[in-house]
Design a protein around this ligand. Structure first.
Ligand code: R5P
Length: 311
């Protein structure tokens, strides 16, 4: 197979992570200007030749939507500059929670974003812990979907897990949590029955499984307001859990989430650097996905299998 030269670019959403990925790949990020015109519109200019190149664009698409727009414009610029292939590396895929038409007159924004990316010129997607597996099917281009689970498993695996139980904070995350429990040496598992009557106001109602005397490890794809995890923690402690720790891939932390989580009885909160967050010292820990993503980029470029990274 002929290999075109690899070029890696990033926008403004995860600059530190992008730098770390490029360091691991062993070369500098490509030169691109991503700034604003005087009226606030986004201006993109790729400052080096990408004709025939295998282009990777690293960008999370968290709010504000400027991050998504930057990514779309970078794809369009690379396409029009005759890149041979454009892989968008999206550590955090924003709008993913709007993935179904579950009430009248609402958009399926996760699908719209997928269409926009393809239309802008993306040839393939490399994503991490999409909110729902089905989002892969929103794309008609190849999607490599990675998980942060191995990082969490390595992190917590260094501890004595004798009294641990993995807890899914809602039914939707049960499959992910089951896989994690298995990976951690067949730990037991429990599921919180969560209801969300109002937007951003989830309630933990019931628990499936026994947590009395156990150390709980709550596993989620993302933390936004923090309410899901704080509610779940309250229920687990009420049911006799000894302590609660959290592993969540994406630290979105909207509104007062960080303060609320800091003040909560959660002992420890482990996230990744899929989003740039400065967190207070204490209970927060950040694991880097730079190694995982750089290895995936390297293998995609070389036409090697990435499936061993999917677990
Ligand atoms: C829900 O389906 C997700 O997996 C998260 O549990 C949820 O979106 C977290 O949101 P918040 O932190 O606002 O409760």
């Amino acid at each position: 197979m002929t290999r075109n030269s690899m070029k890696v670019f990033c926008g403004n959403s995860v600059p530190r992570l992008a730098q770390n990925i490029s360091k691991k790949l062993g070369f500098n990020l490509g030169k691109v200007t991503v700034d604003r015109f005087s009226d606030g519109e986004i201006r993109v200019k790729i400052e080096e030749n990408v004709r025939g190149a295998d282009v990777f664009i690293i960008q999370s698409t968290q709010a504000p939507s400027d991050n998504l727009m930057e990514l779309l414009l970078m794809c369009d610029a690379a396409k029009r500059a005759s890149a041979s292939r454009i892989t968008t590396v999206i550590p955090y895929y924003g709008y993913a929670r709007q993935d179904k038409k579950d009430e009248p007159r609402v958009p399926i924004t996760a699908k719209l974003v997928a269409d926009l990316l393809s239309q802008a010129g993306a040839s393939r997607i490399l994503a991490l812990d999409l909110h729902a597996e089905q989002i892969q099917g929103f794309f008609d281009i190849p999607v490599d979907h990675l998980y942060a689970t191995p990082l969490f498993a390595e992190f917590f695996g260094k501890r004595n897990l004798a009294d641990y139980i993995v807890v899914a904070p809602d039914a939707g995350s049960a499959k992910r949590s089951r896989g994690y429990a298995k990976r951690m040496g067949n730990l037991p598992m429990a599921i919180v029955d969560k209801r969300r009557e109002k937007k951003d106001k989830p309630e933990a109602l019931n628990l499936v499984g026994a947590v009395e005397g156990k150390k709980c490890l709550l596993l989620d794809d993302l933390i936004s307001t923090g309410t899901t995890l704080i509610e779940a923690t309250g229920l687990l402690l009420k049911k006799g859990a000894k302590e609660v720790r959290v592993a969540a891939t994406h630290g979105v932390f909207s509104g007062e989430a960080i303060e609320k989580l800091k003040a909560s009885p959660i002992e420890e909160i482990v996230i990744t650097d899929s989003l740039p967050r400065d967190l207070p010292a204490g209970k927060f820990r950040v694991l880097s996905i730079a190694g995982l993503l750089s290895e995936a980029i390297r293998r995609i470029h070389n036409g090697e299998s990435v499936s061993s990274l999917f677990i």
